[in-house]
Design a protein around this ligand. Sequence first.
Ligand SMILES: [Mn+2]
Length: 444
Amino acid sequence: MIDRREYARRRRRVVESLDDTCIVIVPTAPVMLRNRDVEYPFRPDSDFYYLTGFAESEAVAVMIPGREQGEYLLFCRERDSRRDLWTGRCVGLEDAVSKFGADDAFPVSDLDDILPGLMEGRSKVYYPIGKYADFDYRVLNWANRLRRQRRGRYSQGSAEIVALDHILHDMRLYKSAAELRTIRHAVDASVAGHKRAMAASRPGLHEYQLEAEVLHEFARHGCRWAAYPSIVAGGVNGCVMHYTDNGALLNDGDLVLLDAGAEYQFYAGDVTRTFPVNGRFSPVQRAIYELVLSAQQAAIDVIRPGNDCNAPHRAAVAVIAAGLADLGVIPGPARTAGERSDYQHFYMPSTGHWLGLDVHDVGDYKVEGAWRAFEPGMVTTVEPGVYIPPDATQVAPRWRGIAVRIEDDVAVTRHGREVLSAALPKAVNAVEALSGASDHDEAG
Ligand SMILES: [Mn+2]
């Protein structure tokens, strides 16, 4: 649990790094309709939540450095005993102050009346430009209204509208101890979900039935939602990078690629394992699997403070390219395979991404054109893979349709790294022992 003093520290850091004639406006995410009057479950905007810890819909945080009547204002829903009967109790203005640390709180329905006045005289308006079209429109309206009011009275340049992303996203890249504990919980739940799915796997199930095993286990660990739609991809479906259909049958003799992560207090886990539906790798599946596994280990091994954040990708590419050449999947020689582009037909994505409040978390990978160095507190995924499409006629038929990805979550520590998802087996024997139900006792 992240306590309110940490949110206050974050707000102070943002305000201190901006000039004190600005105003910062951060809205939470809009409520989205699923169909007709049915809403998607609400999920707060990550930037907003990072600064407020406030999870209700219809809220806007405003920070005004140096304002005497209060620097941090929260606009949110008012308590309303009649509406509370329908939608449940909301936080309300009083608790926005007493429990969420706002200096003052106002009804979100008054935003259009109050905001232009708060913007008056401020030289810069920081807010997440381009994220929510409706909110862009409102901010422009407020700025225009101010400009009209000023006209004829005195000529003063109108406020400059500036993106807030840079400073905020750089802060979010470095996780605090409390954030790391929260991520660890999400990853532990993810690991448990994967174990349960492996144990439940057998030919004849549908992919979504494994997904149900995963989600059940997430919920048992206090995570009601997955951090992103789970990918449960049997056989050739694993070659589709963003496969979420999860509707196919799992076939005897196929692999299943399972990419699923739990969300805990809005922090994401992101874990992938690939295992045999029936609990036994075939020789060709095993060859590709072991290649990806050694590439992943090579990538994890180069994560440490000071190494650049593209080092894992280079390490994984070197192993995968050479390995594919050794196996005869791509042309040799293996020694120089990483310098040719052949491997790219079977290894398209990059090897990892930042992990945090968003599964593909914020934070620049390059600073002034150069890969940035790993530093303690960063959390990254490591997820090399080999994906050989079923129509890859340039390779021998036995390789076609094999898709393997192995993904772990790794925190950069002071002297190296910690694999947060290390409790989830990935060695061939351990995966076989866990997966394919119980019917391989006689086989082994
Ligand atoms: Mn990932």
